[in-house]
Design a binder for this molecule. Structure first.
Ligand SMILES: [Fe+2]
Ligand SMILES: [Fe+2]
Length: 281
């Protein structure tokens, strides 16, 4: 079984590399000859540039979208220009209203490509349930919100109710990607809006296997010290996760905090251009 996971888009770029960084996420998962793209970054320009620099080419087998925010779906048009008809898997709330409060303004932060265009140019499938998109590569499906301190992802992220009132956006479309390896599972986060603890509990419950590594954004930038403590306690109680490559919306301060307590050999900053160092087997 051969697995290679490459970070194609991240807020930071790998040291001494020619790749570019931007606020966004994209990973390529290669497993036993199958290739699954997870998210597309924000601009599409950075994704295509980094793929060229790293020697990756289309086609891929499937694209999985972690959720509808622009920094994960903004590269859709660029990807579809390289691979028209690409199979895409996402949660049915991908195009639910996603807004963000910026001062006095409330701005849309959903996918720049309209749903009708996406449908016309790809093979788009929605599922709330976990789906095995390639052998041993799964979407998490919808992640149950159970942990009290993770009930609201962010007060800035909102959507209208049916009565027209702004309320916190539940972002039910937020999903993780899970890769099965002999050493355990690898869990890739997009933005982690469902909550780091909710997501990992859901993965343990669904797959009943230890987690070997996690990577991506877990949306803790700006979290209170109490929330960080509660998060770390909850994760430690689930069993040790040997490796973490965190970035995007995790917050540099939070990655450093995790690393100071759990060890820098265990917790790393993720960066575009990085191949996750996984065991060869
Ligand atoms: Fe997001
Ligand atoms: Fe994000």
């Amino acid at each position: 079984m051969k697995v290679r996971i490459t970070c194609l888009v991240e807020n930071r770029a790998a040291l001494s590399s020619r790749v570019w960084g931007e606020h966004g996420v994209s990973y390529l998962v290669e497993k036993d000859g199958r290739r699954v793209l997870f998210d597309t970054g924000q601009s599409g320009v950075v994704l295509l540039h980094n793929m060229d620099v790293l020697g990756f080419h289309f086609p891929v087998d499937t694209l999985v979208l972690s959720h509808g925010h622009y920094d994960h779906t903004g590269g859709l048009a660029a990807v579809l220009s390289r691979q028209p008809g690409l199979p895409i898997l996402a949660h049915p709330d991908l195009y639910a209203e996603h807004l963000s409060i910026h001062g006095e303004k409330v701005v849309p932060i959903g996918p720049p490509l309209p749903e009708a265009s996406l449908r016309a140019q790809s093979k788009l499938v929605y599922s709330r349930k976990p789906v095995e998109v390639a052998p041993g590569i799964w979407t998490s499906g919808e992640i149950p919100r159970q942990v009290p301190f993770e009930m609201i992802s962010s007060r800035r992220l909102v959507a209208h109710t049916h009565a027209g009132v702004l309320q916190p956006d539940p972002i039910l479309d937020d999903m993780a990607l899970i890769i099965e390896m002999e050493a355990g599972l690898v869990v890739l986060f997009g933005c982690g809006h469902a909550g780091m603890v909710n997501t990992l509990r859901h993965v343990y419950k669904t797959f009943q296997r230890p987690i070997y590594a996690i990577a991506g954004g877990v949306h803790l930038a700006g979290a209170s010290p109490q929330r960080l403590d509660a998060t770390m306690q909850a994760i430690a109680s689930m069993g040790e996760i040997p490796f973490m490559w965190l970035g995007h919306c995790t917050g540099d301060r939070v990655v450093s905090h995790f690393a100071a307590i759990w060890g820098w050999e265990r917790v790393h900053f993720c960066a575009a251009g990085l191949h996750l160092p996984l065991p060869v087997m």
